[in-house]
Design a protein around this ligand. Structure first.
Ligand SMILES: Nc1nc2c(ncn2[C@@H]2O[C@H](COP(=O)(O)OP(=O)(O)OP(=O)(O)O)[C@@H](O)[C@H]2O)c(=O)[nH]1
Length: 214
């Protein structure tokens, strides 16, 4: 079982600020230059809502974005993705949209995706209209639109990654509950599993009744 281990893929066109965002989120710092790599994986344990979460963030170099080969293997193991574009680069938004389509096609189960416009500090050079709705929320298809700035908005970057991790854990929880229910409904009558579940239910009613009369 995966427990609280979460794997996130960060993708997008070259130069949109993927590494800057990941580094900002994991270290709180903004660096202006990075060594270019095809793919970098960062591992970190974070505290979120009283839970300890083991995070693995894979930053796929923008050069790989067309062939997408580097990320294909990682794809089956990931729980969620941040697809980044720069608000100053219209083409990076088109690339990001095609990456979201590709992710949806490649992954049979619908993973949560954030379509994220970076460099919002450069509003004067904006080339993509503002996608950010005031109350950020997950849409039906399991994706979210937002904007932030790796260079000037540490809090905003953290908030977005945290929202994604929460969504992943919530989805996993729902899946586990559904699996449990299914395995119980398939258990043969009188099986130890079914008897145990039945006793647990009875026992909880019994303790509730006792507590309420006290
Ligand atoms: N103004 C501004 N510049 C940014 C921001 N985020 C990143 N940059 C700059 O954009 C450039 C590219 O950032 P990277 O983080 O290397 O971009 P990347 O998407 O990882 O690039 P590749 O690894 O080549 O795919 C750097 O010069 C950063 O300093 C931001 O929020 N605002």
């Amino acid at each position: 079982m995966k427990g609280n281990t979460v794997n996130i893929l960060v993708l997008g066109k070259e130069g949109v600020g993927k590494t800057a965002l990941v580094v900002r989120f994991l270290t709180g710092r903004f660096l202006t230059e990075y060594a270019q790599c095809d793919e970098m994986a960062y591992e970190r344990s974070i505290a979120l809502d009283d839970k300890q979460v083991s995070l693995k963030v894979i930053d796929v170099g923008g050069k790989n974005i067309d062939k997408k080969s580097g990320s294909k293997e990682s794809l089956q193991k990931i729980d969620g993705a941040v697809v980044v574009y720069s608000i100053t680069d219209r083409q990076s938004f088109d690339v990001a949209e095609s990456v979201v389509d590709w992710l949806r096609k490649e992954r049979s189960s619908c993973i949560p995706i954030v379509l994220l416009g970076n460099k919002s500090d450069l509003d004067h050079a904006r080339a993509v209209s503002n996608q950010k709705s005031e109350d950020i929320e997950w849409r039906n298809t399991g994706y979210m639109l937002s904007e932030c700035s790796a260079s000037s908005d540490s809090e905003g970057v953290t908030k977005i990654f945290h929202m994604l991790v929460r969504k992943i854990l919530e989805k996993r929880d729902t899946h586990i509950k559904a699996q449990r229910k299914l395995s119980l409904s398939h258990a043969p009558l009188g099986s130890p599993k079914l008897i145990r579940a039945h006793l647990r239910r009875r026992f909880s009613v019994f303790t509730r009744e006792r507590t309420s009369t006290m």
